[in-house]
Design a protein around this ligand. Structure first.
Ligand SMILES: [Zn+2]
Length: 368
């Protein structure tokens, strides 16, 4: 096996020396290619490489995908799922542990992979080719989202709380990815007073985000602009008591409510008694998937969420959208597997915001 690989490498180098006409490789993610290859090899026409030796794939991740097979659409829609409680009885704002597990399983089996809200907003989507990113969020900092219990004299995470379920699922399916944003308010996020710091530390250390949900869950649409800023700034002040250098990245609007018109800007950034906040993303309550961060309609200050519920969703719950994407697969974000390129059907080009694309290379293909 090793000898075969070596032989292929030799062939590779020989090919590189022989071929004089060079085309730029489509994928340029050199940091990820496993073996170090010489610059001469890097400019070899990729098509030739793949035709000559399929094994080249194991030598370098800079391999072209079959557009018609993968059908990437990196301008498609992404679901940001909104959860509240995880508890024994299913209700409008509560998922049972069994149903939450089923949601994760269903997403996993239907080609979804979890990314953080931060990576979504920063357009740093690294899921494998052919897969669709999905973001998970929890509002209100409830005990059943993150609960420590005593077991045989030691403290463990309740296997039926949201964090317990996600950790367990990730152990079984590490390729699913692991991330979620928890939008908490004060004074006692997750409702175990003496364990707040421990929980915050765990969340940050394990790739979760702690977000702003107001100081005491105020309705930001019904208070003065000073009170709006006070509510949002005091949430940050409170989080900082537990986490050094805490920087709040995003806000989930309590009740989905916000000040109107030009006053909306206060949910994005503001200041109260010297404490500033600057949310890079603001999440609403309802009710549809978000457009891609490459899309000209992308607005991080007004991101819609899909309710992860099966009750009273009025056709806009998680399973409704899954059915919708099954019928309309062309609407779904499908990754090309390379975070440095944006692969889209050519008819999507007019919906791209070049500024959001940053310095990524856009690749188009004809839909068939
Ligand atoms: Zn809430």
């Amino acid at each position: 096996m090793k000898f075969t690989k070596f032989l292929i490498l030799i062939l590779f180098i020989a090919a590189a020396l022989v071929i004089t006409s060079c085309t730029a490789p489509i994928k340029e993610d050199k940091s990820k290619s496993e073996p170090s290859i010489s610059p001469a090899e890097a400019v070899v026409d990729e098509k030739k490489e793949t035709q000559e030796e399929n094994v080249a794939e194991s030598e370098s991740k800079e391999v072209e995908i079959d557009m018609q097979k993968v059908k990437p659409n990196e301008n498609g829609k992404v679901m940001i799922l909104m959860y509240h409680g995880i508890s024994k009885e299913e209700a409008e704002w509560v998922r049972t542990p069994e149903n939450f597990r089923r949601d994760l399983e269903t997403l996993y089996n239907n080609g979804f992979r979890i990314i953080s809200l931060k990576d979504f907003v920063n357009n740093n989507i690294t899921v494998e080719a052919g897969y669709t990113p999905v973001v998970i969020t929890f509002d209100d900092g409830l005990l059943n989202q993150f609960n420590y219990i005593e077991q045989d004299g030691s403290r463990v995470i309740d296997p039926d709380c949201a964090v317990g379920i996600m950790e367990e699922f990730y152990k079984k399916h590490p390729d699913f990815g692991k991330a979620a944003s928890f939008y908490v308010f004060y004074p006692i996020p997750f409702r175990q007073k003496e364990l707040i710091k421990e929980k915050f530390d765990f969340l940050i250390a394990n790739g979760y985000e702690i977000g702003n949900h107001g100081y005491t869950h105020e309705n930001l649409g019904k208070i003065s602009m000073e009170e709006v800023q006070k509510s949002l700034a005091l949430n940050v002040v409170s989080a900082k008591k537990y986490i050094n250098d805490f920087e709040v990245f995003s806000l989930a609007l309590p009740y989905g409510a916000a000040p109107k018109d030009e006053n909306y800007k206060y949910v994005v950034s503001g200041e109260y008694e010297g404490q500033k906040y600057n949310h890079r993303a603001v999440l609403k309550v309802g009710s549809n998937p978000a457009v891609s961060p490459n899309h000209k309609k992308f607005d991080a200050s007004k991101l819609p969420r899909v309710r992860a519920s099966e009750l009273n969703t009025a056709g806009t719950g998680l399973y409704d959208w899954l059915k919708h994407f099954e019928k309309n697969p062309q609407e779904r974000y499908i990754s090309d597997g390379n975070p440095n390129t944006i692969a889209i059907p050519e008819d999507e080009l007019e919906n791209i915001n070049q500024e959001n694309v940053q310095n990524k290379k856009i690749i188009t293909y004809k839909r068939q």
